[in-house]
Design a protein around this ligand. Sequence first.
Ligand code: GLU
Length: 315
Amino acid sequence: MKKTLLVLASLALAGAAFAQTFITFGSGGTTGVYFPVATGMAKLVNDANIGVRANARSTGGSVFNINAIASGELQMALAQNDIAYYAYNGTGIPAFEGRAVKSIRAVGVLYPEVVHVVARAGAGISTIADLRGKRVVLGDVGSGTEQNARQILEAYGISLSDLREAIRVNPNNALALMQDGRADAFFFTGGLGASVIAQAAQALRVQLVQVEYARVQELAKKYPFYRAFNIPGGTYRGVDVTTPSVAVFAMWISADNVSADVVYNMLKATFDNPEFKAIHPNLQRFFSVAAAVRGLPIPLHPGAERYYREKGLLR
Ligand code: GLU
């Protein structure tokens, strides 16, 4: 009898020690920046032995990720700050109009995501206005990129019916269509140096098309999240000029039902780990814990609140 109790007790202890929380992290296409960043974050979390098994999943992007948090398919994700705001408030873009997602919480702001408009050299596209009559990849289904593409075309008075073709495919397929000459340009909202654009610039002669901040500002009331951002010359092979564009921000978001302890411990395992910034050059260049909590478009997760408060970053 005693022995059985002892065995049961030690099993219970072992169970407690190995209790795991499983976190599936939504990212984006495999040739974007979300995917390598989320993969790197999941690794740091797993290596920290904090009772969390995290894994990164390739997805369509911000809109998909937020809907999948709402449905419980994902527990955490990367998403654009503009899209998170529209989702939480049920306004701004058709995907969330009247369908607010109140279960998303902010964990931290990571790095700027720049609207890249990549055109095949020789396709006769040097301004956004030139996209009229062209075959344009707007982004993947469920991407934040697609929403930015629509808004920017709107800012230039271009509707989707003015395009010869409005294509929705993931970045890998966008690249393939460009290489086959079946697309003239593609949009991608993502961190500088994204592999899809680097690969396009390796494989083809491309140019980056300017997006004028002043133009986009005219829509600022409707879409207040854009900031002016220059894509430095030399970021991509063969594109030596600096290209003015606009940017939003990549955020780490969580479902509200992930426990505060888990979020807090995950933040310690990532942001406090010197290896965090080494995950990606965009983190190296743009990330700081102080900036991570600035200008959040949705409420902070309680576990994140505890983390930032301990650092003296919240009053
Ligand atoms: N921001 C993009 C989106 O939500 C994804 C960027 C990436 O994959 O790095 O569509």
